[in-house]
Design a protein. Structure first.
Length: 283
């Protein structure tokens, strides 16, 4: 299969710094020849073995960059039939792949398509701090999405340059400057609206607070990028009633105790598409 790869430019590669000499070092050349890859966070670190003390060494169970990881499918998981666990050294279950990543690679894995996993970053012992590097054909769909985003960004930059040159060649300096400012403003508005409506349809990953922690309702609002009223609604729908410690603008200072149901409700909100907007509604 390697003979079919073509050399790729550095910006299309993951960060390979320090991987030589590690388990992941064997992937460096195939990555440079175009093997599909994905750099992703490892979810659920706070629920498994990650960061716990190793009874043999007395050291925390935090892997090093480049260490080999094992991916274990968990189709019987009652919460997600696409669930994929992440194991280190065969005996330490670190966490699982984020739901949106698992949804893309579970099918190929079940069909026997290759996917190798390594530690991209060991993290600092906190939830969502460790990352995995996935390499192999099973990551092709997600890798392709990343390539398309880079291509679209490059095309936008080229288009902007061409339009700027066209304006410069056809008009006197003052008129050219005024027209350029107007066109830039209109272009920014159109792109902003397009971006808002595009990302409103795309699920995104969040870093929910740990279960059992007491957090201000503002932390839900900040994590989701939603309004204060929506944060209150999400908490209450999850069966968590915010506690008001002092009165302020719109219940400023209200806190919630984080439950598994609240974390699940936050993740569900992040995965749901939003209402499509018009430019008038953004003004």
């Amino acid at each position: 299969m390697g003979a079919e790869f073509q050399a790729v430019s550095p910006e299309l590669l993951p960060d390979l710094t320090g991987l030589a000499g590690t388990d992941a070092g064997v992937e460096i050349e195939v990555l440079r020849r175009g093997e599909p890859w994905l750099d992703t966070s490892i979810a659920g670190l706070q629920f498994y073995d990650y960061g716990l003390t190793d009874v043999l060494t007395g050291e925390p169970l935090i892997p090093a960059a480049g260490d080999r990881l094992s991916l274990v499918r968990e189709p019987e998981n009652p919460h997600d039939p696409c669930a994929i666990e992440v194991w280190w050294r065969n005996g330490a279950r670190l966490g699982h792949l984020p739901r949106l990543v698992a949804a893309e690679v579970a099918g190929p894995l079940d069909a026997g398509v290759a996917l190798r996993a390594y530690v991209a970053h060991g993290g600092d012992g906190e939830a969502w701090s460790a990352r995995a590097l996935l390499v192999g054909p099973a990551a092709e769909a997600l890798h392709g999405k990343r390539i398309r985003r880079l291509q679209e960004s490059a095309f936008s930059a080229w288009e902007w340059e061409q339009q700027s040159r066209a304006i410069g060649e056809d008009r006197p300096s003052r008129e050219r400057g005024q027209a350029f400012a107007r066109e830039q403003s209109g272009r920014r508005e159109r792109r902003l609206l397009q971006a808002v409506n595009t990302f409103a349809q795309v699920p995104f990953e969040i870093e929910p607070p740990p279960v059992g922690a007491v957090r201000e309702v503002y932390s839900i609002q900040d994590a989701l990028g939603c309004s204060r009223s929506t944060a209150f609604k999400i908490a209450r729908n999850a069966g968590v009633e915010p506690r008001l410690h002092y009165r302020g603008w719109y219940c400023d200072g209200a806190t919630v105790t984080v439950t598994p149901e609240l974390v699940e409700a936050m993740q569900a909100w992040a995965a749901a598409p939003r209402t499509r907007l018009t430019w008038y509604s953004l003004r």
